[in-house]
Design a protein around this ligand. Structure first.
Ligand SMILES: Nc1ncnc2c1ncn2[C@@H]1O[C@H](COP(=O)(O)OP(=O)(O)OP(=O)(O)O)[C@@H](O)[C@H]1O
Ligand SMILES: [Mg+2]
Length: 359
């Protein structure tokens, strides 16, 4: 199968109709996935949805049953992993514990036949990049988790890869260190213009580091868009729920007028931009920070089940029917709201997401 480029802008990575089964169970079919040059893209999705499988197929560590992988115009589908010039950083770092930091970083260069004395300069440069120069002669076993992760990134970068693949590289690190590493990695990739695919199941991490995010579910890409688009215009209830929190209300369309639908819910009538006909079952969604206490184009009146003062924000949980959720997020610390109190929550029609669902 020969990929056809129809758009003017050429894709750097072109995953074309990939399918994969394990022992007769199909985990991926007709996967199409394109990444531009210099982009940092995340694969985000629940455990078992196929993120690592896709990454391993691109790296050449797994063979696809069908489809093609093209990188920078070259079909690499049948090329051995070590010839692809793709570096992979795994969650468990996979460093050699008995070698020093510098020896670990030099390993890939040596494996490619570089003479030992020639490795010194690129190794020093790679360690400089991840700010690990002073640790060059230490054994891996004498490093913290974050330091080991930096060495793993240096080792991946030193060979000058066409593409960097990272499979949950920071999941073993604590939250603060993870945030530092995210900022550093992003800056490093940007500065060098390196194209990278980053696997995570942490939506905040994906939002923070990526130019675009592919949200995956059961071997398929549900939506592939910039973080802000995923959050503001999720294409399905799955994406809405996987990326951020939301108020969710179920209802039935009772009237459609122009491009507006009236939806009957147990909390009263709510207006949304129409996507469904009268009688259709729908799911309504609203991002919690777009709701406020008081009147709005849409409102509901509910008792508060919990008021969580989190410092930078105060989160109100409204009493909701089974399967629904009512969440309102106010900035800062709000006093004068307490559990049991009935409040009116308001929001605008434009901020109301609506999805047709099976009845
Ligand atoms: N070697 C294998 N043999 C059999 N099944 C496998 C194999 N590797 C993966 N699978 C199955 O393929 C599916 C996708 O697995 P994959 O490792 O790609 O998921 P993932 O999205 O990376 O999940 P996680 O977030 O848990 O790492 C899962 O159902 C998994 O059980
Ligand atoms: Mg995985």
């Amino acid at each position: 199968m020969t990929p056809i480029t129809t758009t003017a802008e050429r894709n750097y990575i072109d995953v074309w109709g990939v399918a994969k089964s394990f022992k007769g169970t199909q985990v991926m079919s007709n996967m199409n996935f394109r990444v531009g040059q210099g982009e940092l893209v995340s694969l985000l999705g629940p455990s078992g949805c196929g993120k690592s499988t896709l990454l391993r197929i691109i790296a050449g560590l797994l063979d696809a049953d069908e489809g093609a992988i093209v990188v920078d115009g070259r079909d690499i589908t049948r090329m051995a992993a070590h010839k692809r010039n793709i570096s992979v950083v795994f969650q468990n770092y996979a460093l050699f514990p008995h070698l020093t930091v510098a020896e670990n970083v030099a390993f890939g260069l040596r494996a490619r036949g570089m003479a030992k004395q020639d490795t010194a300069a690129p190794v020093a440069e790679a360690l400089e990049l991840v700010r690990m120069s002073e640790f060059a002669d230490r054994p891996i076993s004498a490093l913290s988790g974050g330091q080991q992760q930096r060495v793993a990134v240096a080792r991946a970068l030193v060979v000058g890869p066409d593409l960097l693949l990272l499979d949950e590289p920071f999941s073993a690190l604590d939250r603060k260190l993870r945030e530092t590493m995210q900022v550093e990695l992003k800056a490093l990739l940007r500065d060098r213009g390196i194209t990278a695919i980053f696997v995570t199941h942490d939506q905040e991490e994906a939002m923070g580091v990526s130019d675009r995010i592919a949200v995956m579910s059961a071997g398929k890409i549900e939506q592939f868009a910039a973080p802000s688009t995923l959050y503001a215009q999720p294409s399905s209830p799955f994406v809405m729920d996987f990326v951020g929190l939301s108020t969710r209300l179920s209802g039935t369309v009772t009237a459609v007028s122009g491009d507006m639908a009236t939806v009957n819910t147990v909390y009263g009538a709510i207006t949304a931009r129409a996507v469904a006909e009268v009688g259709a079952s729908v799911l309504l969604g609203v991002r919690p920070e777009l709701m406020s206490v008081g009147e709005g184009e849409n409102t509901l009146h509910v008792p508060l089940e919990d008021v969580m003062v989190l410092g930078s924000k105060t989160v109100l949980h409204g009493r909701a029917e089974q399967g629904d959720r009512i969440l309102c997020e106010l900035s800062g610390i709000r006093s004068g709201l307490s559990r049991g109190q009935a409040v009116t929550l308001g929001w605008s029609i434009a901020d109301t997401l609506i999805y047709e669902v099976a009845a």
